[in-house]
Write a protein that binds this ligand. Structure first.
Ligand code: NIG
Ligand code: FE
Length: 417
């Protein structure tokens, strides 16, 4: 199987020498090739370059499929490194309550929020959870996502957490995108442990983690380390137990306060610390020169009207930044990475080049796949999208709310609409 994309107006995020992520000033750098070609063989990117080079080198090659990309841009697929897209039902009633003035935390205290989703999950069949989640996966594929991390965390009991992870595995086996799975037993304290939160932490450590590991159900382990959820001490206990079983941390940190989440993430070599609405000098300092990707979730801050993560300060301090959707029913009911890109520019004052790095190579790093996805490089998996006719890269974040993704290619195959 050999596929040729030719006359590409601009081939975006090209790497001759692949990097694992871009940080600081490097984030404003974006390699592109104008008037380009790209060849896909089987599932991988075989070659790319300028059209004149194509004519010199590949004159006699016959390609099974040729796509004329005149006036169009070609991007590596977005990598969405933080979602909760397996959930039993949307929570639009809570949305209306918030419009009326209740806060997200207030709604959670009244039995809404994560605990509400958890209650409904128990009554939802495997098939229903799977098909609903798959339709969300198919929806985000249309807006350019080619890799997605999915968390458990609405189970909140050993049986239900394992069931959620098995549904994520089912999606992994059947969806055309790359899926990473994260065990998030520590998403909220279940009602029956309200007065004994450390009892629930014991269940996570003694029952859930060993079973998750024995059945190889997760790539990562997550904890919602924040005010009113899991303390730094709880988080340390859970992460240590997870690491013992080979589960690398990726944690929810500093959404609700300066709670020490960032520091604990860095201490346990988390692959990413996510949310980061509350960041002080110490948090920024502590992330410097580490293997932990600061990940910002603009959809959640937008939807909940939260304070914004100081992305400019982080980049000026030399840190890398990734952006992800946080697709979930309570705080970000959308997995549209084009919209996330617009929010990156509009709300966080990121340049279009920075946003592209944050949603491709850096977010690929944040889900442990930047060696095979997240950029246009020889040998990488051919997950990419072709835009409709657009003037240039700025046009995508500029056109918030539009979907300018015209053709999606996953594992070297053109996807049907
Ligand atoms: O990332 N912060 C914690 N968890 C999710 C929200 C999940 C929900 O409300 O259902 C988040 O925003
Ligand atoms: Fe989240």
């Amino acid at each position: 199987m050999k596929l040729l994309l030719e006359n590409i107006k601009e081939l975006v995020q090209v790497e001759d020498d692949p990097v694992l992520f871009r940080s600081g000033k490097q984030m404003a750098k974006l390699n592109t090739i104008k008037d380009a070609f790209l060849i896909i063989r089987d599932e991988v990117i075989q070659d790319f370059g300028t059209m004149s080079h194509l004519k010199d080198v590949y004159r006699d090659d016959d390609f099974l499929i040729e796509i004329d990309c005149r006036d169009r841009l070609v991007y590596p697929s977005y990598c969405d490194s933080h979602t909760h897209l397996v959930f039993p039902a949307p929570r639009e009633k809570e949305f209306v309550d918030r419009v009326r003035g209740l806060s997200y935390e207030e709604i959670a205290r009244r039995g809404g929020g994560i605990l509400n989703s958890s209650k409904i999950l128990q009554k939802t069949s495997d098939e229903e959870l799977y098909y609903d989640a798959m339709s969300r996966v198919m929806e985000i594929i249309k807006t350019g996502t080619g890799a997605v991390e999915i968390k458990s965390g609405y189970g909140l009991s050993t049986k239900e957490e394992i069931r959620m992870l098995k549904i994520i595995r089912w999606i992994k086996e059947t969806a055309p995108v790359c899926i990473r799975s994260t065990f998030l037993g520590a998403h909220a304290i279940p009602a029956e442990y309200k007065n004994n939160p450390s009892g629930y932490v014991d269940v996570i450590i003694n029952e859930m983690i060993p079973q998750v590991a024995a059945e190889e159900l997760a790539d990562f382990i997550d904890v919602f380390c924040d005010k009113g959820f899991f303390s730094v001490e709880d988080t340390e206990r859970i992460l240590m137990a997870g690491i013992k079983y080979g589960l690398r941390p990726k944690i929810h940190a500093n959404e609700l306060g300066l709670t020490g989440g960032v520091q604990v993430g860095v201490k346990y070599h988390a692959l990413s610390v996510d949310h980061l609405e509350h960041m002080g000098v110490n948090e920024i300092e502590c992330l410097k020169d580490t293997e932990t990707m600061p990940t910002v979730l603009p959809g959640a801050a937008f939807f909940l009207g939260m304070r914004l993560s100081p992305v400019r300060e982080m980049i000026e301090a030399g840190l890398p930044v990734a952006l992800a959707s946080d697709y979930n029913p309570g705080s970000s009911p959308s997995g549209n990475m084009n919209f996330i890109s617009s929010l990156g520019c509009i709300n966080y004052k990121m340049m279009p080049e920075e946003v592209i790095n944050a949603t491709t190579i850096n977010s690929a790093y944040a889900m442990g796949i930047s060696d095979r996805l997240g950029s246009i490089a020889r040998g990488k998996i051919a997950n990419l999208f072709i835009t409709s006719e657009v003037p240039g890269i700025e046009y995508l974040p500029y056109s918030f709310g539009s979907n300018l993704v015209e053709t999606v290619i996953l594992n070297g195959e053109v996807q049907e609409h």
